[in-house]
Design a protein around this ligand. Structure first.
Ligand code: GAL
Length: 809
């Protein structure tokens, strides 16, 4: 065949293929044109209900993020057992102090194409906070209690020929969470229209049971509805080229079983996240009835006593972080650009794994982890049958736990990024015989649904779980903190390895430093900030360096998941009782996504491709001249020399005299004087190879802007994150500036949100004005649907204003 004919027929075949795909299965995102109101509206289920005065919103939507913050919201008077508290105290910002409690309603007219008698319609919610009750044309068609889970409903029988009205009621109880859960339809809502004879929802299971250099065996199990059908599966490589094709020969009832060989497979890993796709076409005679495309990866995971975890035959340790689901100033409303930015920041740090604390991750986050290369620990619950909070998941555990696990696994099983499931986090059921049974029961449900991945629980009651058998029965014993018990637990448990399922919980505020510099638990200061010398932690937790020692010295420790990658709304420990603290201090980066110093400590260990050399604190200490102001350097180099105003303050070299001396270079007795602080790092031969410096800044003079992306998509959703800072007249960054700034967005975009990372700020995330915190903040700009230029202008009193141009394409 001539090249032209070959191209012509390929194009024709592709067109037919896509035409059929579209004709047979249509998937629509219900994102625009929703009506929303907070309050109780039982009559809103009726199609004729008048909602014209309700707010028009787009979904994903978080009804509480626009505030205002209020101390009284969800004030919990309680003793937090997990934090070793014995006396009840008033916890003000525990769930973020944002108005998420109460009832809320969403309504939408469904403009569907005409549904044929041979078709069915599914409605899928990826998560709704919480207790969604779904009504179609006045009839209850579905409900789910757990706000974090995905579920779908067959709505075919409740549909009318036209004028279909969907109404969704949501309800958030007080005292139902330990962090900000968000509120509303915070994840995507999908409509799927397909033939009655079609592949079942979540009906395709892809595994790779045999992987060799020359070939991989790809097993596909496909559940479908309909008799006398033929299933053809094509495997495409990452460029979309077909590498294998197979017509199913073994069909058992309504499940086909196929084994397909992929020659010379490219393996998936964080360093090379190679993805294949399986295109499954279901035929009746020669007519394609359904086409589903599923992405997958070929990779082998193993957990072995003694040697620990290996991916594709290579032993490695998880360099992971835990993440709550909120996106700082965007709240919980899922946004792909915001998730991608988080992962980009983490990738640069050298992080290779994420734990979704303490619930089901969003589909978008998992897709990005597949694409960008992050291993994933997908968690399910923070509570089983025993309560942590009065209205927590324990209310539903007995009735819902099994179906919640089933949906978690079924919706996500084909993501190569997922390397382990977690059935729980620090559940109080760790105590007592009933808890042991629950652990076993849940683990068996995971195994039944997915025999290829192990299950862990994040355990904090390590002694109790050693005695009861709880820890011994888990596939992977996960320890939360308790570094002093790792050795003992590894001896007591039979698995032969330990995972740091949650580590560090070190606290700090970006750009804030406290004196004297001393290690300590639960330290508090009058400004409700924690020190960025990274020496402060909680009574139950520890410093990063303590984890590093275990990770480096114990081959049976299989990695760690640091609490947390980013600050999150709620849980403002150590200031749980100190209003106005309303967000966490645990993050390696702050709530705005700006790295704290700790970011560079992890980077210096984790990023193996780029060197790290980072100097702290800042050098603007008016009033401290002559006073002891320690200097730390977080670096991948082994030694360095510090200079203050040209004078050497000596060389420091990492040594094993203490965990801190092993991982940080520290000059504890520096006497402050303004000027230039410089560090010069040496390679292993003692040759100077890199340097960094900080200069004492003068008064703030002008504003500086830096956008993470200057070209964004004109899709009404894409975001650019603009870091705003101020510099003095000579261009030196002003690290203590707190100027009030104003933001104006014009052109093809709009102002979406702003955040300065200050855990005590009560300024709104959605008003275009905010004070700098430690000299910085981040403005989030959202693209319109219309392509064109977007301008962000930032101004402030007495400062030279600045403008950045972006493009929505
Ligand atoms: C853990 C818990 C997390 C968070 C953290 C704070 O015990 O699993 O959800 O509360 O402590 O240190």
């Amino acid at each position: 065949m001539s090249l032209f004919r070959k191209i012509f027929f390929t194009v024709l075949a592709l067109n037919l293929f896509y035409f059929n795909a579209v004709a047979q299965r249509t998937e629509v995102l219900l994102d625009e044109g929703w009506k929303f109101s907070k309050g109780s509206f039982p009559a809103a289920i009726e199609p004729g209900f008048n909602d014209t005065r309700w707010e028009t919103v787009t979904v994903p939507h978080d009804w509480a993020i626009s505030g205002p913050f209020d101390k009284e919201i969800d004030k919990q008077v309680t003793a937090i057992m997990q934090n070793n508290e014995t006396k009840a105290t008033e916890k003000t910002g525990r769930t973020g102090a944002l108005p998420y409690i109460g009832e809320g309603w969403y309504r939408k007219n469904l403009n569907l194409p005409v549904i044929q008698s041979n078709q069915k319609v599914l409605l899928q919610l990826d998560g709704a906070m919480s207790e969604p009750r779904v009504y179609l044309n006045g009839k209850l068609v579905g409900q789910w209690n757990y706000g974090y889970n995905y579920f779908y409903i067959d709505i075919t029988n409740a549909l009318r020929a036209k004028d279909n009205v969907l109404a969704i009621q949501l309800q958030n109880k007080p005292k139902s969470s330990r962090w900000y859960p968000g509120a509303g339809l915070y994840r995507n809502v999908h409509i799927i229209i397909k033939d009655n004879k079609s592949i079942d929802q979540w009906g395709i299971t892809i595994t790779t049971p045999l992987i060799k250099k020359e070939f991989a065996k790809v097993n596909l199990k496909t559940r479908f509805t309909g008799k006398g059908l033929k299933l053809v599966t094509r495997i495409l490589d990452s460029l979309g080229h077909q590498v294998a094709v197979d017509t199913a020969k073994s069909i058992f009832g309504s499940e086909a079983d196929q084994n397909i060989a992929v020659q010379n497979p490219h393996l998936w890993s964080p360093e090379n996240p190679y993805l294949y796709a399986a295109v499954s076409t279901l035929y009746e005679g020669n007519i394609p009835k359904d086409v589903v495309r599923t992405r997958f990866g070929i990779r082998e995971i193993k957990y072995t006593a003694g040697t620990g975890f290996s991916l594709n035959g290579q032993v490695r340790k998880f360099k992971g972080v835990c993440l709550h689901h909120d996106l700082g100033p965007l709240g919980t409303a899922i946004n792909t650009a915001a998730l991608k930015r988080q992962l980009t920041i983490l990738k640069e740090m050298g992080c290779d794994a994420i734990r979704s604390a303490h619930n089901m991750p969003s589909p978008e986050q998992l897709e990005l982890c597949d694409e960008m290369g992050f291993m994933f620990l997908a968690e399910s619950f923070d509570e089983w049958a025993k309560a942590k909070v009065e209205n927590g998941y324990h209310l539903y555990f007995d009735t819902d736990a099994e179906k919640d696990v089933v949906n978690l696994v079924q919706a996500n099983k084909n993501h190569p990024c997922i390397v382990m499931w977690s059935s729980g986090n620090e559940v109080p059921d760790q105590f007592g015989a009933e808890g042991v049974k629950r652990a076993k029961w849940l683990q068996e449900i995971f195994h039944r649904e997915d025999p290829t991945r192990p299950v862990t629980v994040g355990m904090d009651q390590v002694k109790a779980t050693m005695q009861s058998g709880f820890g011994a029965l888990l596939d992977i014993p996960g320890l939360n903190y308790r570094v002093h018990l790792y050795e003992e637990a590894n001896k007591a448990f039979p698995q032969g390895f330990i995972l740091g399922s949650e580590t560090a919980s070190t606290v700090s505020s970006r750009g804030i430093y406290k004196f004297p510099v001393e290690k300590g638990a639960d330290k508090q200061y009058p400004d409700f900030q924690s020190s960025s010398y990274d020496m402060e932690y909680c009574s139950w937790s520890n410093l990063p360096d303590d984890d590093f020692v275990l990770q480096d010295d114990k081959p049976w420790v299989i990695g760690e998941f640091v609490w947390t990658g980013f600050d999150y709304l709620g849980e403002p420990t150590p200031y749980d009782t100190s209003w106005p603290s309303r967000s966490s201090y645990f993050g390696i980066s702050d709530l705005a996504g700006l790295p704290k110093d700790r970011y560079y400590l992890y980077r210096s260990r984790w990023n193996k491709t780029k060197p790290t050399l980072h100097l702290l604190p800042h050098w603007n200490w008016e009033g401290r001249t002559g006073q002891t102001t320690p200097v730390f350097v977080y670096t991948s180099y082994d030694s360095a020399e510090l200079f203050l105003n040209g004078k050497s303050l000596g060389i420091r070299k990492k040594d094993k005299s203490s965990p801190q001396n092993r991982y940080r270079l520290m000059w504890m007795d520096v006497k402050y004087e303004p000027g230039t602080l410089k560090v010069v790092a040496f390679d292993s031969q003692g040759k100077p190879v890199a340097e960094e410096q900080i200069i004492t800044a003068g008064k703030p003079a002008k504003i500086v802007l830096s956008a993470d992306r200057k070209e964004i998509m004109a899709d009404g959703k894409d975001l650019s994150f603009v870091t705003v800072s101020v510099v003095d007249k000579d261009g030196n960054p002003c690290p203590t500036a707190t100027d009030q700034l104003n933001f104006e967005v014009s052109g093809s975009g709009k102002f979406r949100a702003v955040c300065n990372g200050d855990a005590t700020s009560l300024e709104s995330f959605v008003k275009p004005t905010m004070k700098l915190f430690s000299g910085k903040l981040v403005v989030v700009v959202q693209a319109d649907k219309k392509a064109g230029e977007i301008k962000l202008k930032v101004s402030g009193k007495g400062l030279k204003s600045a403008q950045v141009e972006m493009l929505a394409k």
